[in-house]
Structures are given as C-alpha cells and as structure tokens.
Design a protein around this ligand. Structure first.
Ligand SMILES: [Zn+2]
Length: 397
C-alpha cells in the first residue's frame, strides 16, 4: 500500500484529502495519494497557516473566498491614521475600541450613555442587550435612554491604511509541499519518497536555512506565459507549475495570486525526466481551475532556472492588485452612498417625490464630494430616527 510522502503511515480510502493548492488560497483539487491525515493536520496548523496568513491582506482586498467557499479573512487591528480598525470579510471597515461614557446621578442611577458608536442600525440592536447587562438595566430601559439621547450619523472613509506585506520564510515549506503533492498526485507518493527528493522533503518537514538559501528563489518576474494564463483564468491566478529536464532536474514554480512567485529546485538530478505538471486556478471563481498541462504552454527551462528579485517589478505586481481593489471598491462605496441617501427620500421601489428632488440632489452631491475628498459627513439624527434605532426590530424593510 502506498505510504505518506513525509512519514511511514499508509494511505487509504480513509485518508483525509489534501488540498494540492491550499483551500485558503481557493484550491479545490485534493488527493488521497500523497499525505497521511496526521501530516495533513500538522502542516495545516503550521506552515500552511503561515502561507495563508501571508496572503490574507490580498485575499481581503480582492474578496477571495476559500476553495470550500468560506468568506475571505477579516483583517484585525490595523492602523488607519490615528485610529485602529478591523476590516470585515466584506471589506467594511470598523473602528475599534471607542469607549463610551456612562453618566450617572449621585445615587448611581444611569442618566445617559454617551459616545456609543455603531456601524449600522443592526449593530445598534445587537449592542442593546450588552448595554443592558453591563448597566444592569432592562433592555426596555436601555431603549428608552437611547431614544432620548442625541445621535449623529457620520460617514467617513478610513484614513490611509498601511499593510505590511511579507512573503516567504517558513511559508516556503508549504509552497514546496504543494509542488511535491502535485507530483505525488500524478505519479504516486513512492516516487516522491525516493532519495532524489530527500532534501525537499526534509525542508518541508523541518525547515532548513540552507535549502531556503540555495534551492528557493523569490521571483519578481511575470511568467512568460502570463498573458495566456490570465486570459484563460484570471488576472490574479494561482499556478503551481512543475517541470523537469532530460536529466530529471525538477523545478517547481509557484505563482501566488499573480502577485508573487517562487522557484524551488525540487530535485537537482535523477528525478522523472521531461515532466510537466500544472495546477492553475481562478481565485475569483473557485469553480474554474485545471490540472490539464496541455492547457498551459511550456515555460522555457532556462527561464525557470533563473529567478530574479527586483523590488520595482514586485511593486508593480502588487500595485496591479491595489489598483483593481480601488476600482472595484470605489464603485461599491459610491453605490452604497447613493442608496443610503436615496432611502432617506423614498422607499426602495418608489420614485423620489418631485418636491424632494432638490434636497436629494443636494445631499447626494455633498456626500459624494466629501467622499471624494475623504472628508467626514455628519448629520444630526432626528428624534424619530433615534427612536427608530432603539426599536427592537426595524420597522422599515
Ligand atoms: Zn504522514
């Protein structure tokens, strides 16, 4: 019976399927012919997780789901100007840690709660039971206090957010593993257990500075076949590409979201000759992927042998992602503002009454101008609006 690439455990129909490209990166293709369940779990909690974390910012920016359809990762505790924020899976920024004041009279009776911030009416409703518990009051009483309090609607773009992107290091063990698993899935795990892959296996299992320095290369270049791959899959494709020459020198090239790439010398010589294995996927539509090597043109071995690191080229690739993000999210933010303003003047399926047109257009222009200039928009809520916020359930849709 076939054994695990990384230990002596036997593989069977009960073996946990291993994602060749990580599920977190949108991988769909799995195999039971490479890694035992124990090793699968161990890598999942260590090196795979490190690689997934390194891709988290880009996944959040591009709203990329996992292979099994889980939401993109939330980004926590980021610095945005003077503030700390989270960015939710849906891209919504949420300000963190704004304390609120509880105003009491001499006897300790709660008179008001000041400085409560919520991002939506829904949030406000969720907060009420917590406030009630904290203040040791009934929810009913808390609603009364809120209904009687002044409230302001503030719409504001977060200040500039600085993300630190770091790729490489221990994550290269996961990248190398993906290449070895791709080989095992195609040609069997016993081949990958042979001595020609011993150093690569050892690197995956234990990490090794020497292997990292001499056999793994950060590659800033776009693939020579990039245009064809992006046309068929996605501008931000993932690609695991394994190729060998006539001497069985086996090279892996791993492109992550078409933003960064690495070259790994999996075997220096003596591996399977003239091999070409491919796993390519569209992270924006996980159903679109292929392991059919004929779908992808050959990459010149000499090109694969000479990875190049260039800060300018790396930056350009990341900038393409940021530009895409700004374009998509900018349009969404404007839609959101238009809907928000529109709902103040008419119900969803109704036209804005003619006598309200001027007020609507004026408010919309003001909101959009402030959005464009990244200035906050503030408006005092009417007593009716505040009362509606304190209601147990929305009276509108
Ligand atoms: Zn194992």
């Amino acid at each position: 019976m076939a054994r695990c690439v990384f230990c002596e455990n036997e593989l069977s129909a009960a073996t946990k399927p291993e994602h060749i490209l990580l599920n977190a990166l949108g991988g769909r293709k799995t195999t039971r012919n490479a890694i035992c369940s124990d090793c699968n779990n161990r890598f999942g909690g260590t090196v795979d997780d490190i690689l997934a974390q390194q891709a988290a910012v880009v996944r959040n920016m591009l709203r990329l789901k996992s292979g099994t359809g889980n939401a993109p990762p939330m980004l926590r505790n980021l610095q945005a100007g003077q503030e700390r924020i989270n960015i939710n899976s849906d891209g919504q920024p949420v300000r963190l840690g704004q304390p609120f004041d509880i105003v009491r009279d001499a006897s300790g009776k709660v008179l008001a709660v000041k400085g409560v911030e919520t991002t939506s009416a829904e949030d406000m409703r969720r907060l009420i039971p917590h406030l009630a518990a904290m203040l040791n009051l009934s929810e009913e009483k808390v609603r009364e206090i809120i209904a009687a309090s002044p409230a302001t609607f503030i719409s504001k773009r977060p200040d500039e957010i600085k993300h630190e992107l770091r790729f490489g290091g221990e994550a290269m063990r996961s990248v190398t593993k993906s290449c070895l698993v791709l080989i095992a899935a195609a040609l069997g795990s016993e081949l990958v257990r042979t001595p020609v892959f011993a150093e690569a296996r050892d690197f995956v299992l234990n990490g090794a500075e020497k292997f990292l320095q001499s056999r793994v290369g950060f590659d800033s270049r776009a693939l020579p076949i990039e245009q064809a791959v992006r046309a068929k899959f996605d501008p931000f494709f993932n690609l695991i590409y394994v190729q060998s020459d006539a001497n069985g020198r086996v090279i892996g090239h791993f492109t992550l979201l078409n933003a960064v790439a690495w070259q790994i010398v999996l075997a220096e010589a003596g591996g399977p000759p003239n091999l070409k294995l491919v796993l390519v996927s569209n992270p924006e539509d996980n159903a679109v992927w292929s392991d059919d090597a004929s779908q992808i043109s050959d990459v010149d071995m000499a090109w694969l042998e000479t990875p190049q690191r260039s800060n300018a080229a790396s930056l350009q690739r990341i900038e393409a992602i940021v530009a895409h993000h700004v374009k998509v999210e900018g349009a969404k933010a404007i839609d959101h503002i238009i809907n928000q303003v529109r709902r103040r003047y008419a119900k969803d399926d109704e036209a804005i009454p003619p006598e309200q047109h001027d007020a609507f257009e004026h408010e919309l222009a003001d909101r959009l101008a402030r959005h464009a200039l990244a200035l906050p928009y503030e408006r005092e809520l009417s007593p009716e609006e505040v009362a509606a916020l304190a209601q147990p359930k929305s009276t509108q849709s």
